[in-house]
Design a protein around this ligand. Structure first.
Ligand SMILES: Nc1ncnc2c1ncn2[C@@H]1O[C@H](COP(=O)(O)OP(=O)(O)OP(=O)(O)O)[C@@H](O)[C@H]1O
Length: 348
């Protein structure tokens, strides 16, 4: 049984539609990431799950039970927000246990759960401090502690790491994931950062303009993007998309035996090979481990990610090759075509 299910959920604000007939199942104990660009409807989806927003149409189910009309408090889901929403005048301990006190949980039970949660999050020595005396990462852990101490089975998180610096964010991603696994929590996590989604998720839900573009594992999204939108949203740098005209790369005589309007190939799937397609290097970015080439092939731009040991210069003529399995075909509407054909550049 799914922990959370959305059935035909849509949301409109006046005449503008934020979500269109979303159908989604999130399985128990999984880490599900809602991913997409600003304004695509991630927060609206999360807030409808939490009951903080009502759906215009559709139903929300929890463990198979219809909770569409159930109040947020009665849903028993925990929430962690971007701004942590800690009480500045309360100690760390009181911030964590606030909800338990409000619900009149017995004192001994509160003490026991606080001790457990603080130990899990490495906050045991900080319990007497105020939020202002904590680092960003510590504050984030207190916010998480408040969610965990409630022992909710479902935890909803809206960009909880976005206020942290890059290094801390990386560390917290791993910590969060460890805690989620350890406790068997169902987490629904909102982010616009594809690398965060890729590194944390069991299931990624990619949203685009209020619709689900693709649902799958990070590997599914990377290896089998359902559309050009998904192809460009996941992966750094994003997948190259070349327009094909009558079986040729637009603006060139280079034939591509792929029955598609658009050819997609990832920068890291392209290699230099004497039997490859001719291209000209326009500019370079040296990134240490990698060397990024910005090339022209016909009148199309293409990025190539080589090992950092390679040398190249602007103006160089290069020959590019990729394996047939790395060629993704899309139709003129940007939808994936499920065929793999050999590109013209098969090495001799
Ligand atoms: N209270 C509101 N009133 C009117 N429109 C709203 C309201 N809340 C959200 N919207 C609109 O609904 C759409 C989806 O918003 P939502 O906050 O869900 O997007 P998001 O993907 O979370 O974006 P971001 O990453 O910028 O937070 C947007 O076009 C937004 O302008």
């Amino acid at each position: 049984m799914s922990a959370i299910e959305l059935v035909g959920v849509s949301k409109s604000w006046g005449s503008s539609t934020a979500l269109e007939a979303i159908n989604l199942r999130i399985e128990q104990g999984t880490f599900c990431v809602l991913l997409g660009p600003s304004g695509c409807g991630k927060s609206s989806t999360l807030r409808i799950m939490a009951g903080l927003e009502s759906a215009s149409t559709g139903r929300v189910l929890m463990d198979g039970r219809d909770i569409t009309q159930v109040s947020p408090a009665q849903r028993g889901m925990a929430m962690v927000f971007q701004n942590y929403a800690l009480f500045p005048h309360l100690s760390v301990a009181d911030n964590i246990t606030f909800g338990l006190s409000v619900r009149k949980t017995p004192a001994a039970e509160i003490t026991r759960r606080l001790k457990e949660t603080a130990a899990l999050l490495g906050l045991s020595s900080l319990l007497a401090r105020r939020p202002s005396q904590l680092s960003g990462g510590q504050q984030q852990r207190v916010a998480l502690g408040r969610a965990l101490v409630a022992q909710a089975k479902v935890c909803l998180m809206d960009e909880p790491l976005s206020n942290l610096d890059a290094q801390l964010r990386q560390d917290m991603r791993r910590e969060l994931r460890d805690i989620q696994r350890q406790l068997g929590l169902t987490v629904v996590y909102v982010t616009h950062d594809q690398s965060e989604a890729m590194s944390m998720a069991d299931q990624v839900v990619l949203l685009n303009r209020g619709r689900i573009e693709q649902v799958g594992t990070p590997r599914d999204l990377y290896t089998q993007p359902a559309s050009t939108f998904a192809a460009r949203f996941v992966g750094t740098p994003p997948m190259n998309l070349l327009t094909l005209e009558q079986g040729r790369i637009a603006g060139s005589e280079i034939a591509i035996p792929l029955d598609a309007a658009i050819l997609g190939v990832r920068p890291e799937a392209i290699h230099l090979h004497p039997g490859g397609l001719p291209a000209v290097v326009q500019s370079l970015e040296y990134l240490g481990a990698d060397l990024l080439l910005h090339c022209h092939i016909g009148n199309q731009s293409l990025r190539v990610r080589l090992d950092g040991q390679h040398h190249a210069a602007a103006g160089d003529q290069v020959r590019l090759h990729w394996s047939p399995a790395e060629a993704h075909g899309f139709d003129s509407a940007g939808q994936r075509i499920h065929t793999h054909h050999s590109p013209a550049s098969t090495p001799s």
